[in-house]
Design a protein around this ligand. Structure first.
Ligand code: G6P
Length: 471
């Protein structure tokens, strides 16, 4: 890692978080660790092949940090103060937009001072990007926290090519129009030349919204474009992928095999291991999945002597009320399952409310017979793809929510409606009792789908398309 005098870059990525965050949780001096979530997991590898890229983002803390270099990438930290975080991050980003975009999984709150804070911090990111991008360069803005940035940037740097990618769902206009700042938020994205979404539905929702708000007109029929004044904006789907090779190689590493074997032994050598890996977020359906497991135990269809579950729930947004409430519910459900069905030394659910290191995660993917990915709504869900990438021996079964973006590509998973608890129970049973030849056939197809959409190809495709747009 070295300091850097911030030269101008031909490619600038702007995301709320840097790919690494500062952590002193281990009680030591502190260190840079990977940031949580799918955005960083996918965008990092996606831009790794580009020279001289700069990534602008938050360190997760309040301190001003000088730009520095990490593995050939220039990192340009943005500082966000404690009060600013309450308005911009806990408030507008995660108390308004996140729930609204996820089908109001919890009620979305609208507060003018949150929006003011959001605008102020978006301006800060836009100014950092304007100061960092080379003349005629490309700026790629990411996700719902920075929706005003493309518009703000265009005002001051019309020479740039601006891309925007939304990692989470984009809601139907009927939900979006409740936002008191709907024009500003939609116009912000329209500042981009190319707006990418996880699914064709999300992109269509955005085009429909822009037209409904009178901010744009439809372009040529079937072209995915909309006309904004004298500009053309393309809005279409770029389903995001993972760094497949990285996961496959890690899965095949003999050290991972040893770790997975050791893990199963430590679990008491159960017949079946179920696994959930999520940020502790109410959109992920962790509670409904646990309820389904509890009912299966109550019905006697799952035998606690034979089945064990690991649930990793990475701490997330823990200053936001809805996350605190969810944590209490998950704690309660796991307590109930273990209270009613565990034997001493053999919990039924092993609950990890901590960050898990990559090696440990890979061992879990390898040890798990059934992966449960059951969000109520999810932009993509890369955990589902990571599990598939790790199952190089064509074993294992994936239970996947129909409402995860990943279900479009991974239609050979056991698909479930997470609102249908009986359906969820049936899906879990189906996965647990799937015969090896059938599991093999499904996993083969799932793997082909994951392999055909790699993170770096995704990034190259988005940036190549952006480069084609006349400006
Ligand atoms: C999702 C979002 C990302 C976000 C990540 C982690 O993947 O799309 O923008 O960074 O969750 O959430 P956090 O609030 O910790 O950044």
């Amino acid at each position: 890692m070295s300091t850097d005098t911030n030269p101008r870059s031909p490619l600038v990525v702007v995301a709320n978080r840097l790919p690494v965050r500062w952590s002193d949780d281990d009680g030591g001096e502190g260190s840079w660790i990977p940031s949580p979530g799918g955005l960083v997991a996918a965008v990092g590898p996606a831009i790794s092949t580009f020279d001289s890229a700069t990534w602008i983002g938050w360190t997760g803390g309040e301190d001003e940090v000088e730009p520095f270099e990490l593995e050939g990438l220039r990192l340009h930290p943005v500082a966000i103060g404690a009060e600013e975080k309450v308005l911009f991050y806990d408030g507008m980003s995660n108390g308004t937009l996140w729930p609204l975009y996820h089908d109001k999984a919890v009620p979305a709150e609208f507060h003018r001072h949150w929006f003011e804070g959001y605008r102020r911090i978006n301006r800060r990111y836009a100014e950092a990007a304007a100061a960092t991008a080379a003349e005629g360069g490309t700026v790629w803005v990411h996700d719902y926290q920075l929706q005003l940035v493309p518009g703000m940037l265009r005002e001051v740097r019309p020479d740039l090519r601006i891309g925007y990618f939304l990692h989470i769902p984009f809601p139907p206009p009927e939900l979006f129009v409740a936002l008191p700042w709907r024009e500003q938020l939609a116009a912000g994205i329209l500042g981009a030349d190319l707006a990418g979404f996880q699914t064709p539905d999300a992109a269509a929702n955005f085009r429909r919204l822009a037209v409904r708000l009178g901010l744009a007109e439809y372009g040529e029929e079937g072209s995915d474009t909309i006309i904004v004044g004298d500009r053309t904006v393309k809005a279409c789907a770029y389903p995001i992928g993972i760094d497949v090779e990285h996961y496959e190689q890690a899965a095949m590493d003999p050290a991972t095999t040893d770790r997975a074997r050791d893990l199963r032994a430590r679990l008491g050598a159960p017949q079946t291991v179920l696994l959930g890996v999520d940020r502790l977020d109410y959109t992920k359906g962790i509670d409904v999945r646990l309820r389904a497991v509890l009912e299966l135990l109550e019905d006697g269809t799952l035998d606690p002597g034979r089945v064990t579950m690991i649930q990793v729930a990475q701490p997330s947004r823990d200053d936001v009320e809805a996350y605190i409430t969810l944590r209490e519910e998950v704690d309660r459900l796991i307590g109930q399952i273990n209270g009613d069905y565990a034997r001493v030394g053999f919990p039924v659910v092993h609950y990890i409310h901590q960050d898990v290191e990559f090696d440990e995660l890979m061992a879990m993917y390898r040890a798990a017979d059934v992966m449960l990915v059951t969000p109520f709504r999810d932009g993509m869900n890369l955990v589902a793809k990571e599990y598939v990438a790790a199952r190089y021996d064509l074993t294992g079964a994936l239970v996947l929510s129909e409402f995860a973006g990943a279900a479009t590509e991974l239609s050979d998973a056991v698909l479930v409606n997470p609102y249908d608890i009986d359906g969820m129970k049936a899906a879990i049973l189906r996965a647990v009792s799937m015969e090896p030849p059938q599991a093999r056939e499904r996993m083969e197809k799932l793997r082909r789908a994951v392999q055909s959409n790699d993170a770096s190809e995704w990034g190259q495709r988005f940036l190549a398309d952006l480069g084609q747009i006349p400006i």
